[in-house]
Structures are given as C-alpha cells and as structure tokens.
Design a protein around this ligand. Structure first.
Ligand code: MD6
Ligand code: FE
Length: 206
C-alpha cells in the first residue's frame, strides 16, 4: 500500500491524496470494463439526461431512468451481468476505507463515471444503498476537478477540494448522508486520460 497522508475535509470525510496513484492500470481496467459494458448517459426520473457518462463493474450496478434510481444485477443496455470487479479495485477500496476510518469495507458495486469538459454532478447524496453503515470511496483519475462537500443540507456554500489524479475521498458514519457534487469540468489534457476525468465510486449496495 502506498503511504498516504489522510487530510480531513470535514468530520468523517477524508482526502487520501495520491493514494490510487499511479492510475495507468486503473485506466486500462476501465477500458476493459467499458468494452463489455459501454459508457452511457443515463436518464433521470425528472426526464433529464446526466452529463456524466456511467458504467459499472461488480455484482451490482447503479442505474437511473424514468422509473427511478436503483441497483441492478444485469446491465439494461446489454442484458448481461456487469463485468466483475477487478481484484485491485476491491483492494484499493478496502484499504482506502480503512485509512479513512472504516475498516472491513467490501464493496459489491463500483460505479465508473466519465466526465468530459462541461460535465458536472449537482449536489446529491449517495443514498440508494441498503446498509448506510458502509462508507463511500471515491477515486479520481485524470483531469482535476473541484469536489464540493455541502454536508447535511444541499443549501449553503460547499467546501471546495481540488481532487487530482490518484486522489481518493472517503466518507461514512455521520457523514454518510452528506450532500456533495462536482463542479463543471474544465478542459485540459492529462497524461493518463487525455481530455477526460474518470471517477470510481465504490459502494456496498446490498
Ligand atoms: C466525484 N462523484 O466524481 C464524485 N456520485 O468526485 C460522485 O459523487 C458521484 O460521480 C454519484 C454518481 C456519480 C458520481
Ligand atoms: Fe455521489
């Protein structure tokens, strides 16, 4: 495990700077996942289309459409199971969760997000998981982004944290219900990803 400094963003919200570096192997694995389960821009219950493109690996995959948000075992696009979660992904998530103060995290879902310049994630909370005692582990890859932590309500001014290639954010416990988002991605070039940012969000769905 790479040595990592744990930087508190808020109570029970921890930034592990560079913990997932180097990200080249993660990018290669994302390419293999997307070859089986292509990135797609999901519809929201409100009828919009998300600017972030998504796919999943692991037993459960997060999905959204007019009927709502939920976890599904089969990719609605292909009818097949989601690609398996690579062992290094699960290990990274478990180690990061432990460093963030949440030992014993075994994710069963990894949402893979692809941000192009202009893509963003409005204030929301990750709240479709059965057992909220498990944390969320969020890995940033490629272009930098501004991660926004709103906390208990979506109102007010968020704490802004620059998340760069290899950074990991972990939140759980009292912060598990925290509202967060990602500011509109700025254009750029990154050696690992070109003009893109990826984010891996590890969850225990069931
Ligand atoms: C991030 N992402 O990209 C944080 N949540 O740094 C999220 O909070 C997130 O990208 C739910 C679905 C997709 C996401
Ligand atoms: Fe989220």
């Amino acid at each position: 495990m790479a040595e990592t400094t744990a930087i508190p963003i808020a109570p029970e919200v921890t930034l592990l700077r560079g913990h997932a570096a180097p990200t080249g192997p993660l990018v290669a694995a994302i390419g293999r996942i997307a070859a089986q389960a292509p990135f797609r821009q999901l519809s929201t219950p409100g009828g919009g289309t998300m600017s972030v493109a998504m796919t999943n690996c692991g037993p459960w995959g997060w999905h959204s459409d007019r009927r709502g948000y939920r976890y599904v075992e089969l990719d609605p696009l292909t009818g097949a199971r989601w690609p398996p979660m690579p062992a290094p992904f699960a290990r990274l998530a478990r180690e990061a969760a432990a460093l963030g103060g949440f030992p014993g995290f075994e994710p069963d879902a990894c949402l893979v997000n692809r941000y192009v310049p202009g893509a963003q994630m409005g204030a929301h909370r990750d709240w479709d998981e059965l057992d909220k005692r498990f944390p969320i582990v969020s890995v940033s890859i490629g272009l930098p982004a501004a991660f926004l932590w709103y906390g208990a309500t979506r109102r007010g001014r968020p704490l802004v944290t620059l998340v760069e290639d290899g950074d990991v954010v972990v939140w759980g416990g009292g912060a598990r219900a925290g509202f967060h988002g990602v500011r509109k991605l700025q254009a750029g070039e990154h050696p690992a990803t070109g003009a893109l940012r990826y984010n891996l969000t590890f969850r225990r769905a069931k």
